[in-house]
Design a protein around this ligand. Structure first.
Ligand code: CTP
Length: 398
């Protein structure tokens, strides 16, 4: 099953494009959503209307459509998916991919994506056997592009040999292998993310500036390696990850209960910026201004989710990862925090306003473990997610 998975399907300009219509149906039957991109050549073989009707999603086809750019930039479009599938991948499209051309929407998306790319080549047998196509295929494999097919068989042009596009069910199988059989297959990981909101009254609350971007990137990367992810999120601005079980909560108490209910897990990644205090004097009705002066709020400490989980006697995940958001003496504070909380790893970062990290796109982290402190170069939150997911996969394996 591909429930909750998002596939960006690029349909190239070849006769096999008709099979891509069936492919969309097969993906959808398995619960995946398909965002279709039709190349100019592709639209000579299948109509935009049939593609949109089957996908039930907006069709993207032109790089310079300003409306689409405003709605969703091509960079974002290339990254919102779990996997990019090119079917059919023509000789021309493969050549452009191998040489790094980005002169239309499809090739631009293929260059901008940070997701894995699976291509289903389809072309005449002589074109497939041609030295330049073979060199391009070699280059694409080196670049990490995944292949399904081409198969041997009768071709639309009347010839016989390799070049036939893989059948839709073979492509589905290849996608399932990629998305569901990663190194974290069979592992359950709980990720907390976003801020919490602690109500003062029905209209006011205490919150913080966490956008949820880092937690989302980690959850996406873990799911991309095949983990079953329970994503417990406070009210975050960032869109939720795909392919995860989402548990939306508001307060720290609710987050604690949701994490508790999600256990057991093989690993826990606690990226949420949990409010340290809740308002015990929260009112059921809106607090009004009075002549008698300012309202008095009383506070109580919230449960420390990371510390609680790290110290569980039963059901403690094999690997517990916390975050340390600091504004000064980052390494010292984070090292002490790791001890205090009892977690295995701490991902430390400097969230002083001048770093632009809280609410920004990049992160600058140091991973503190038993082995010491490992400072990573500044990189995007998505890249931090991938690196951390790879390290988690290695730790759980070994
Ligand atoms: N955390 C948590 N529950 C809390 C507070 C924090 O699970 N009630 C987790 C965060 O998700 C993060 C780690 O603890 O993984 C550290 O969060 P941080 O806000 O940096 O630390 P605090 O515990 O709040 O410590 P301090 O306020 O002293 O910096």
């Amino acid at each position: 099953m591909l429930a909750g998975r998002k596939i960006l399907l690029i349909i190239g300009g070849g006769i096999a494009a008709y099979k891509s219509l069936d492919l969309i149906r097969r993906f959808k039957e398995r619960g995946a959503s398909v965002v279709p991109v039709l190349t100019k050549g592709g639209s000579e073989f299948v109509t935009p209307l049939s593609v949109t009707a089957l996908a039930g999603e907006k069709l993207y086809s032109d790089l310079f459509d300003l409306g689409d750019e405003a709605e969703m930039g091509h960079i974002q479009l290339s990254r919102a998916a779990d996997l990019v599938v090119v079917a059919p991948a023509t000789a021309d499209l493969m050549g452009k991919m191998a040489s790094g051309q980005a002169n239309d929407l499809a090739t631009t998306l293929l260059m901008a994506t940070d997701k894995r790319v699976l291509i289903a080549p389809a072309m005449n047998v002589r074109m497939w056997d041609h030295a330049s196509t073979q060199a391009n295929a070699e280059q694409l494999k080196k670049d990490g592009v995944l292949f399904v097919g081409p198969n041997d068989g009768n071709m639309a042009c009347g010839e016989f040999g390799p070049g036939r596009m893989a059948e839709p069910m073979e492509i589905v199988k290849a996608v399932e292998d990629i998305l569901l059989n990663g190194p974290l297959k069979g592992r359950h990981i709980v990720v907390t993310s976003g801020p919490t909101h602690e109500p003062i009254d029905p209209v006011r609350y205490i919150a913080n500036r966490s956008s949820g971007a880092q937690g989302t990137a980690i959850a996406n990367a873990l799911a991309g390696l095949g983990a079953t992810v329970t994503f417990v999120t406070g009210p975050a601005r960032h869109p939720w990850p795909s392919g995860c079980k989402i548990v939306p909560v508001e307060t720290a108490d609710e987050m604690m209960a949701a994490v508790d209910a999600a256990l057991p897990a093989d690993a826990g990644v606690f990226a949420a910026a949990v409010a340290d205090w809740k308002v015990t004097s929260a009112s059921d009705q809106k607090i009004k201004k009075t002549k008698d002066g300012l309202p008095e709020l009383s506070f109580a400490e919230n449960p420390d989710i990371l510390r609680t989980v790290s110290n569980l006697k039963k059901n403690r995940p094999e690997l517990v990862v916390g975050f340390a958001a600091e504004t000064n003496d980052v390494l010292e504070n984070a090292t002490a925090k790791r001890k205090r909380k009892g977690c295995d790893w701490i991902v430390a970062n400097d969230v002083s306003p001048e770093t632009g990290i809280m609410g920004g796109d990049d992160n600058d982290v140091t991973l503190i473990s038993d082995g010491g402190a490992d400072s990573w170069p500044r990189m995007s939150k998505e890249e931090v997610g991938h690196q951390l997911a790879d390290k988690i996969a290695a730790a759980l394996r070994g």
